[in-house]
Design a protein around this ligand. Structure first.
Ligand code: C5P
Length: 237
């Protein structure tokens, strides 16, 4: 008898990563001896409560298998069903999860392939905080910097920051609610929580970590590389 609800991770990995300028989709950029997404998936594999992790690849992806050899089996699924936007890739991934037996009440933790410094304990923190919640939630950080409104490269206004949080991933919602939210919100949303908010719900903000940043630019790739090397050194020591 399967314990309900189950938990699934869904990793949208179908982006082209043009902003990182690494000459290839950023999820495959080399990082401390492995492709970026290999680090992400290794962290998720260390969360025993996840029934499975589904990676959503671009339809014409030819690189994943070479970059993440050995990814497969009962708990590791990769499917080339990505869409033109992140939201479309996630929506397609939800359909795939249903095809593989996930139900509307099961939880889905959507996590960016490009947040590759993820640690299993942060995923556990999110699961513990949201498991009894009616809506679900996300890892996020209170904004520490003073936030400026820009016009033509100049600061024209300072925004109040005390109520501002920067959204991270994973973002954890029930499959049924997330599917409804994405269908309602369309392709423009950049995270799951904003789609859920648009239905009138208020996702729980669960404190994330500075190290859980998303790699977009080359400088972040270099920083991630340094952090991974120092983690490896402290694990060896
Ligand atoms: O480009 P951005 O950093 O916003 O992408 C966030 C995540 O969404 C990445 O893991 C990327 O691979 C994924 N994505 C996707 N399908 C797209 C665009 C982005 O799965 N069409």
């Amino acid at each position: 008898m399967v314990k309900q609800p189950r938990l699934y991770a869904l990793v949208p990995c179908a982006g082209t990563g043009e902003r990182a300028a690494s000459g290839q989709p950023k999820q495959y950029a080399p990082l401390a001896g492995q492709a970026m997404v290999a680090h992400t998936l290794a962290a998720l594999a260390r969360v025993p409560r996840l029934t499975a992790t589904l990676v959503v690849l671009a339809p014409l992806d030819t690189q994943f298998a070479a970059h993440v050899p050995g990814f497969g089996g009962e708990r590791a699924w990769a499917v080339a069903c990505g869409g033109a936007t992140r939201a479309a890739s996630v929506a397609q991934g939800l359909v795939e999860l249903q095809r593989r037996g996930a139900g509307a009440k099961d939880w889905v933790l959507v996590h960016d392939a490009a947040r590759c410094l993820l640690r299993a304990e942060w995923v556990d923190r999110l699961i513990d905080a949201c498991a009894d919640d009616t809506v679900g939630g996300l890892l996020a950080l209170p904004v520490a910097d003073t936030v400026k409104q820009a016009e033509a490269g100049r600061s024209v206004r300072t925004l109040p920051r005390s109520d501002k949080w920067a959204a991270q991933t994973p973002q954890m919602f029930r499959l049924g609610l997330l599917q409804q939210a994405l269908a309602n919100a369309g392709d423009a949303v950049t995270d799951e929580a904003s789609a859920v908010e648009a239905l009138g719900h208020a996702p729980l903000l669960v404190r994330g970590e500075l190290e859980n940043f998303k790699i977009t630019w080359p400088a972040e790739l270099a920083l991630a590389e340094r952090l991974l090397h120092s983690r490896n050194r402290s694990e060896i020591a």
